[in-house]
Design a protein around this ligand. Structure first.
Ligand code: S3P
Length: 166
């Protein structure tokens, strides 16, 4: 049976958005970035949602977006890195979807997010330690996604090629 959506999971900085856009283009599907949808609904950027309303509110908005997207088909979905924290999210998105988890080494992630100010969870004095700690706490959740691609040493084109071949 054909998959209704392609769902990209993975930690921040693993390439979900870049790769997702290209995969959607190649397969003539529609790309959606969950974080963009959340920002649209909240009417403010992610750091402000976290600062004004707290992470729990962000997760509630994230949950609503998952519920909506799970009803649709023909999408390539770049999830937010923390979406896997709620098992219901993984269950809903995975239903009839091709689930892929993008991974990368902590040092590679650091290099990719170094100048980014849009990720409140990484707004700490030692980003590498924060990345490592968050990754450790979530590793078992990312590991549970059936298809894994380590993007550490791959170009966007290479990752896209691998997904299109799936
Ligand atoms: C988060 C990842 C972010 C965004 C928010 C929280 C996380 O998405 O949803 O800052 O908990 O890992 P990206 O993975 O697209 O950066």
């Amino acid at each position: 049976m054909a998959h209704k959506n392609i769902v990209l999971f993975g930690f921040m900085g693993t390439g979900k958005t870049h790769v997702g856009k290209e995969v959607a283009h190649k397969l003539d599907m529609t790309f959606v970035d969950m974080d963009d949808l959340i920002v649209g609904r909240a009417g403010k950027p992610i750091p402000e949602i976290f600062a004004d309303d707290g992470e729990n509110h962000f997760r509630a908005l994230e949950r609503q977006v998952v519920e909506d997207l799970s009803q649709q088909s023909g999408l390539v979905i770049a999830t937010g890195g923390g979406v896997i924290k709620n098992p219901e999210n993984v269950g809903d998105l995975g239903r009839d979807g091709l689930e892929i988890c993008l991974t990368a080494a902590p040092e590679v992630i650091l290099g990719r997010v170094e100048h980014d100010t849009n990720r409140p969870l990484l707004n700490t004095d030692d980003r590498l330690v924060t990345i490592q700690t968050l990754l450790d706490s979530r590793q078992h959740l990312y590991d549970s996604i059936p298809n894994q691609i380590d993007t550490s040493d791959m170009s966007v084109d290479e990752v896209v090629g691998k997904i299109v071949a799936m």
